[in-house]
Write a protein of this length. Structure first.
Length: 169
């Protein structure tokens, strides 16, 4: 009887797949992915800005190539800007506690700035906004590592963006 009732409920309102970091909580949090995604946003903006036609009147084949490349770079840029938002939201909502907010009272505003900059990076081909996004994500990473009781350090990357990434000692 119960089994039949559950089948009917499933048909009327089928269950939806839900994605989350884990919500156990597992205690495994790291801002690395957000930093990598922010570097990717910068790289895609640079690649878009570097695209140039070979002549003032490119033929159809070349125009298609450029449009295709811009489309691909834009899709990756938007995907990674959204990934920044997702990764920051998870750490902000699931890891940070009241005592962290007392010690870092600007944390909520920093997260808000990251969300706004990530949206701007999605909407525009804007190198300055993309670099500001990375800077704010790095600031977030430094706070994160300090709350873990480890010293944050900036390491020069080997990425084409030639920037830094925040790790810990």
């Amino acid at each position: 009887m119960i089994k039949t009732l559950l089948k009917i409920i499933d048909r009327i309102s089928p269950p939806k797949l839900i994605y989350a970091h884990c919500d156990i909580p597992c205690g495994i949090y790291d801002p690395h992915q957000a930093q990598l995604a922010a570097h990717t946003v910068i790289r895609m903006v640079n690649l878009i800005n570097e695209l140039k036609p070979t002549s003032e009147e490119p033929d159809l084949k070349e125009r298609k190539r450029i449009i295709h490349q811009i489309s691909r770079y834009t899709a990756v840029k938007e995907e990674h800007a959204e990934l920044v938002k997702k990764e920051i939201r998870i750490i902000w909502a699931d890891y940070f506690k009241s005592e962290h907010l007392e010690k870092y009272p600007g944390l909520h505003n920093l997260v808000f700035e990251i969300m706004k900059l990530a949206s701007k990076a999605r909407q525009e081909v804007n190198l300055e906004a993309s670099q500001q996004l990375l800077s704010k994500v790095q600031e977030f990473a430094e706070i994160f590592f300090k709350t873990k009781g480890v010293e944050p350090i900036r390491i020069k990357t080997v990425y084409p963006t030639e920037g830094e990434i925040v790790l810990h000692k």
